[in-house]
Design a protein around this ligand. Structure first.
Ligand SMILES: *Cc1c(COP(=O)(O)O)cnc(C)c1O
Ligand SMILES: [Zn+2]
Length: 387
C-alpha cells in the first residue's frame, strides 16, 4: 500500500511496482521494493504493534500487498527468540546467546515468510501458474501457499532433495520434477520453459517479493530486543534472501526513526562443500563465482551460485561481519548438541551456526557479554536421511 517503485540493487534503475517483474531489464540483477516510509511510519508505530496479530503481516505498511484480501497466510512469522543458556555455557566466553526458531513457521521453515509475501503478490497481480527451482524447503512452502491461493505450481528439485520436501510438495498438489543436478540446473529448466508454459518465475531474488517476506525477521528481531539490535547475527546462507532482507529491514527501520545506525555484525555460514560466499568474502571479491562440485547434506546451503551474491557480500562488509564455512560432520554433530542441550531439533543449516560461532570465538571475532543470534532456519524432522 506504500510501495513507490522497485529499484535494481545493482544499477538502481527504477521499475514499476504494480506489474509483474522479475530481474532488472537493464542489467539482469535483483529488484528491491521501495516504500514511502514517511507514509508507512504514520500508521506503523511501535505503539500500534502492541495490539496487532502475532504474524508477519503485523508489519503490513512495509509489505507490498495493496489489497488485504490478497494476503495468503497460514500465520507465518513472529517466531520465538529463545535464550539458550545451556548451549552458551559450553562456549569458552560468556555470551548472551539466542536462537531465533524459524522451524515453527508453516511448512516448518522460514521459506514460509518469503512465499507468503510472494504468493500474495502473485495473486494480486493475477498469476495463474508459478514455477521455481528449490533445494527443498522453498518448494514445500511455495506448494502450500500457492495451493491456498488457487495457483498451479511447477517445482524442480535435485533428485537427492530430502524426501520430506518432495512428499510435502506432492501432497499439497504441486507438479514436481526431480532433476539429476543442482538447484542451478533446476533454475535453468525454469528459465528455459517459463515463457512457453506461462509460468511466473518464483526463484529466490528473481522476483522482488520473497525478500520482503523474509525481511520481517529483521523487524521481529528489533521488536523482540526492544528496539535495539543484537551484536552478531549468524545466518546459514544459500541464496541469501533472508540476510539481504534483514539488512534492508534495518535500513527501513532507521529511516523511520525506530533504531539508530548501529548494525549487527552479519555472518554468513556455509558448508565447506559449498561455500561460494565464504570464498568470495575472503578473496575480497564483489561477486561470488560459481562454486565447483557443490555438495553438502545441508540442502538449503547447496547453492553454488547466488544471484544476490553482491548484495550479501556488501552487507557482510558494511556490517563488519564475516563469512565462515564449517564441515558437514560438524554441522550434523551440532544438531544433536543443540537438541540435547535445548530440546530444539534444528535443521542442519541452522545448526551449522554453532560450530561457526566457535570459530568466531577462536578468532576473537566475538566479545564477552555480546548478544548473539543464531538463525535456526528450519526443522530437523525434514532431514531424516541425515541422521
Ligand atoms: C533456504 C534455506 C536456507 C538458506 O536461505 P537463504 O535465504 O536462501 O540464504 C537456510 N536454511 C534452510 C533450512 C533453508 O531452507
Ligand atoms: Zn539493474
Amino acid at each position: 500500500m506504500n510501495v513507490t517503485h522497485l529499484e535494481c540493487a545493482n544499477c538502481h534503475k527504477e521499475h514499476g511496482a504494480n506489474v509483474l517483474q522479475n530481474l532488472c531489464v537493464e542489467c539482469g540483477k535483483p529488484l528491491l521494493v521501495r516504500y514511502d516510509l514517511v507514509k508507512a511510519a504514520a500508521t506503523l508505530t511501535k505503539e500500534s504493534l502492541k495490539i496487532r496479530a502475532a504474524n508477519l503481516w503485523r508489519y503490513a505498511e512495509v509489505l507490498p500487498v495493496e489489497n488485504a484480501e490478497n494476503v495468503v497466510s497460514f500465520g507465518e512469522g513472529f517466531t520465538p527468540l529463545l535464550k539458550t543458556d545451556r548451549i552458551a555455557a559450553t562456549l569458552p566466553i560468556k555470551l548472551n546467546l539466542y536462537i531465533k526458531d524459524e522451524s515453527v513457521n508453516p511448512t516448518q521453515s522460514f521459506k514460509a515468510r518469503g512465499m507468503s509475501a510472494a504468493v500474495s503478490m502473485a495473486k494480486e497481480l493475477g498469476v495463474k501458474k508459478v514455477a521455481a527451482p528449490s533445494a527443498g524447503n522453498a518448494a514445500g512452502a511455495l506448494a502450500a501457499y500457492a495451493a491456498r491461493a488457487g495457483i498451479e505450481t511447477f517445482l524442480f528439485m535435485p533428485k537427492d532433495t530430502p524426501r520430506a520436501n518432495i512428499i510435502e510438495c506432492e501432497q499439497t498438489g504441486a507438479n514436481v520434477t526431480l532433476v539429476d543436478g543442482l538447484i542451478t540446473d533446476c533454475g535453468k529448466i525454469v528459465a528455459e520453459r517459463k515463457d512457453a508454459e506461462g509460468w511466473f518465475d518464483m526463484s529466490t531474488l528473481k522476483e522482488p517479493y520473497r525478500a520482503e517476506g523474509k525481511k520481517t525477521m529483521g523487524y521481529e528481531l528489533a521488536e523482540q530486543f526492544r528496539w535495539t539490535l543484537p551484536d552478531v547475527i549468524l545466518y546459514p546462507t544459500g541464496g541469501g534472501t533472508g540476510l539481504i532482507g534483514m539488512w534492508k529491514a534495518f535500513d527501513e527501520m532507521e529511516a523511520m526513526g525506530w533504531i539508530d545506525g548501529k548494525r549487527p555484525r552479519m555472518v554468513s555460514v556455509q558448508s565447506i562443500g559449498c561455500a561460494p560466499i565464504v570464498k568470495a568474502f575472503h578473496d575480497g571479491e564483489a561477486f561470488a563465482p560459481e562454486f565447483p562440485n557443490a555438495h553438502t547434506v545441508a540442502s538449503g546451503l547447496r547453492v553454488p551460485k547466488a544471484i544476490g551474491d553482491f548484495i550479501i557480500l556488501d552487507a557482510l562488509r558494511k556490517s563488519n561481519g564475516t563469512a565462515i564455512a564449517v564441515s558437514d560432520e560438524d554441522l550434523i554433530a551440532a544438531v544433536k548438541e543443540i537438541g540435547a542441550a535445548e530440546g530444539l531439533f534444528c535443521a542442519p543449516e541452522g545448526a551449522a551456526c554453532l560450530p561457526a560461532l566457535r570459530v568466531m570465538i577462536e578468532q576473537d571475532l566475538v566479545r564477552e557479554n555480546e548478544n548473539v543470534v543464531i538463525f535456526n532456519t528450519g526443522a530437523g524432522v525434514k532431514y531424516l536421511e541425515c541422521f
